[in-house]
Design a protein around this ligand. Structure first.
Ligand code: NDP
Length: 337
């Protein structure tokens, strides 16, 4: 039973000493418990936060503890009536081959669910984040302009496609030409700007001739700076994530821009609202599942995975994601089906 534990808290970007691969014995389930074998491990930006002791909405991983993470696993042994051997389950198994659960919070996906790994992406936490943040905070209306960065990741790609279904003009921001081409040609965005090329502010202005009504905030940093002056009166900003600064060790240099930011919020009468998906919208999850399953069935939403082979590759893959090296939902294949 291999597992990856937190070895030391990173300062800035995680390095080779941050995480450690260990061998452990396979745990034995007690009464009411289930032994799970991990097949897919989800890698998500929030994991960088869990490595840090800084105050957050969730407790940090302790030094020496297995890294947390959503997993899709097979039931190996079950001493719990809700699960049978061979069932696929969605759980918080963490970065390891085997885990034990008492079944609390674990979703049984059945024994022959199609695309089981999708429960970590489009049909799970990231897809739900996109839908709920856009629907209930962004509140896009037909003809409005919606902007989203990290546009080909599981959250951004879904936000943009839903906004298109609602009749909006959708402008994405992504890292690189290939991602931008995918956003416009495959996902149907009206425009996509390469954040690595040219003048982001100018390009965004050109792509949003009528200003911006909804900015779905995934990244912060330079993208936020480019977006803010273009926000229309009564615009909405669901604040979902700030991945551009997850490895930052201090505030950026330069003049204090809080008066500019607050001034724009005030004079443009913007609504800026943060949310933590299951805390804020947990009760909406069944509704989301119904809506998204129908969209997928009708081919209205596309979904792309970036599958990495082998648990030992997870640390490097997570680091890469924080710099934009992933193309689609980052998932690690830990073991065979
Ligand atoms: P992605 O798969 O989209 O990966 C992150 C992406 O961020 C990278 O691929 C890269 O895309 C982009 N990025 C990285 N650094 C920068 C930078 N400096 N400037 C601009 N873009 C950058 O991740 P997810 O779709 O899983 O998550 C997207 C956001 O949603 C994250 O901020 C995450 O924390 C947040 N989130 C929040 C939740 C909540 O409950 N509030 C729940 C789930 C996710 P590219 O190279 O294309 O720019």
């Amino acid at each position: 039973n291999r597992r990856i534990v937190l070895n030391e808290r990173p300062k800035g970007e995680p390095n080779d000493n941050t995480l450690r691969l260990e061998d452990a014995s396979i745990p034995q389930p007690g009464d009411g418990e289930v032994l799970l074998r991990t097949v897919y491990l989800s890698l998500d930006p929030y994991m960088r936060g869990r490595m840090s002791a800084a105050k957050s909405y969730a407790n940090p991983v302790e030094i020496g503890d297995t890294m947390v993470g959503g997993t899709v696993s097979r039931v190996v042994t079950s001493k719990n009536k809700r699960f049978n051997e061979g069932d696929w389950v969605l759980s918080q198994g963490g970065w390891q081959d085997y885990s034990i659960t008492n079944g609390e919070g674990v979703i049984n996906l059945g024994s022959d669910t199609p695309n089981p790994s999708w429960a970590l992406g489009i049909l799970g936490m990231p897809g739900f984040t996109a839908w709920a943040g856009l629907e209930f905070i962004g509140e896009p209306r037909e003809g409005e302009t919606v902007v989203v960065a990290a546009a080909t990741g599981p959250v951004g790609a879904t936000v943009g496609q839903i906004a298109k279904l609602k009749g909006c003009r959708v402008v994405g921001i992504a890292g690189g030409e290939e991602k931008c081409r995918y956003a416009t040609e495959e996902l149907g965005f009206d425009a996509c700007i390469d954040r690595r090329e040219g003048d982001l502010k100018e390009a965004l202005k050109e792509a949003c001739p009528d200003g911006i009504d909804v900015y779905f905030e995934n990244v912060g940093g330079a993208v936020f700076d480019a977006v803010l002056p273009l926000m229309n009166p009564h615009g909405r900003i669901p604040v979902c994530g700030l991945v551009a600064q997850y490895n930052a060790t201090s505030l950026p240099e330069g003049p204090d821009r809080s008066p500019l930011i607050l001034g724009t919020i005030l004079t443009q009468k913007l609504r800026v609202q943060g949310f933590i998906i299951f805390d804020t919208f947990g009760h909406k999850f069944p509704e989301f599942q119904k809506v998204m399953q129908a969209w997928l069935k009708d081919g209205k939403i596309k979904y792309r995975e970036d599958m990495v082979e082998g648990l030992e590759k997870a640390p490097q893959a997570l680091n890469g994601m924080l710099k934009g090296e992933n193309f689609g939902k980052l998932v690690v294949r830990v073991g065979p089906d």
